[in-house]
Unconditional design. Structure first.
Length: 265
C-alpha cells in the first residue's frame, strides 16, 4: 500500500512540474517584455541596461501613441456593446428556437474562429470597396465586430445550455410576456456568460491586428496596428511600454471574468 502511495505521489509531482514548466514557458514572453520596458537603453535589450521610466513617459507625451490609444479605446466602446447585444440575441435564438439547422447556423456564426483573420480582412476589403466604406471608422469597427462575435455567442450559449426552458415557460404561464420573462428570468441567469463574452470582445478588439491592418485609415490607426508599424521602423522600448499597459488591461479584464464566473458558479 505504501509503495502504491509513493508511486501516486511521484506521478502527481511529475504532473505539477510539467504544468509549472508549461505555465512559465507561456508566461516568459510577457515577463521579458515587462522587464525590458524599464530599460534605460535606447534599444530593447534583455536583461535591461539600467532602470528608467522614460519609455512610459514617452508613451503618454507622444501624440501618435496617444491618438492610437484613443482610437483603440473608442473602438472598444463601440465594438463591445454592439457585439455583446448581437451575440446574445443570436445565442438565445439558436438555443431556444430549436431549428433543424441550428447546429449548422451556429457553426457558421463561429466560423471566424476557424478562418485565418488575414483572409477575413482581405474579403472585407473587397466588400467595403464596393460599398465605399474603405478607410472609414465604420469599416474598422465592423471588421472587429465580426472577429469578436463568435466569442460572445459561445460564452452566452454555454450559459443558456444550463438553464432549462421550463423556467421561462413557468414565468409565461404566470402571465409574464416573453420579453419580460427574458429580462426578469433569463437575463439574470446568463449575465455571467454575457459578461465573459463582453470582456473577450473587448480584449479581442484591443489586440486584433490582421483585419485592422487592412481596414484602418491613417487617421484611425489603433494601438495594435501602431505597434506593428512601429516595430518595422524602429524597436525602442516604447513598444514594450505600450505592451505592458495593454497586458495589464487584459490581465485585469481576465481577472474580472474569474471573479464573476469562477467564484460565483
Amino acid at each position: 500500500m505504501d509503495k502504491q502511495n509513493r508511486k501516486i505521489d511521484w506521478l502527481m509531482l511529475g504532473v505539477w512540474i510539467v504544468g509549472i514548466l508549461i505555465f512559465l514557458f507561456l508566461l516568459l514572453p510577457s515577463i521579458i517584455i515587462t522587464i525590458s520596458a524599464f530599460s534605460a537603453s535606447k534599444y530593447s535589450t534583455f536583461p535591461p541596461q539600467g532602470f528608467s521610466l522614460q519609455w512610459f513617459e514617452k508613451l503618454f507625451i507622444d501624440d501618435d501613441w496617444m491618438e492610437a490609444i484613443h482610437n483603440s479605446l473608442l473602438l472598444v466602446l463601440v465594438v463591445t456593446p454592439i457585439t455583446t447585444i448581437l451575440g446574445t440575441m443570436a445565442a438565445y435564438g439558436l438555443n431556444r428556437l430549436k431549428l433543424k439547422i441550428s447546429s449548422q447556423i451556429q457553426a457558421f456564426l463561429v466560423s471566424p474562429l476557424m478562418i485565418p483573420q488575414i483572409i477575413i480582412g482581405i474579403a472585407l476589403l473587397y466588400v467595403f470597396a464596393d460599398w465605399g466604406l474603405n478607410g472609414t471608422f465604420a469599416a474598422l469597427a465592423i471588421g472587429q465586430i465580426l472577429v469578436a462575435f463568435p466569442y460572445v455567442v459561445r460564452n452566452v450559449n454555454a450559459s443558456l445550455v444550463s438553464i432549462p426552458p421550463s423556467l421561462e415557460a413557468a414565468s409565461m404561464s404566470l402571465g409574464e410576456s416573453p420579453l419580460r420573462t427574458f429580462f426578469r428570468v433569463t437575463l439574470p441567469l446568463i449575465k455571467g456568460g454575457i459578461f465573459s463574452g463582453a470582456v473577450m470582445a473587448a480584449v479581442t478588439s484591443l489586440g486584433e491586428v490582421s483585419v485592422s491592418l487592412l481596414l484602418s485609415a491613417p487617421t484611425d490607426i489603433p494601438v495594435s496596428v501602431r505597434i506593428f508599424n512601429y516595430v518595422e521602423q524602429t524597436y525602442d522600448p516604447a513598444v514594450n511600454a505600450v505592451s505592458v499597459v495593454f497586458i495589464a488591461v487584459s490581465v485585469l479584464l481576465l481577472f474580472l471574468i474569474g471573479r464573476k464566473n469562477g467564484l460565483k458558479t
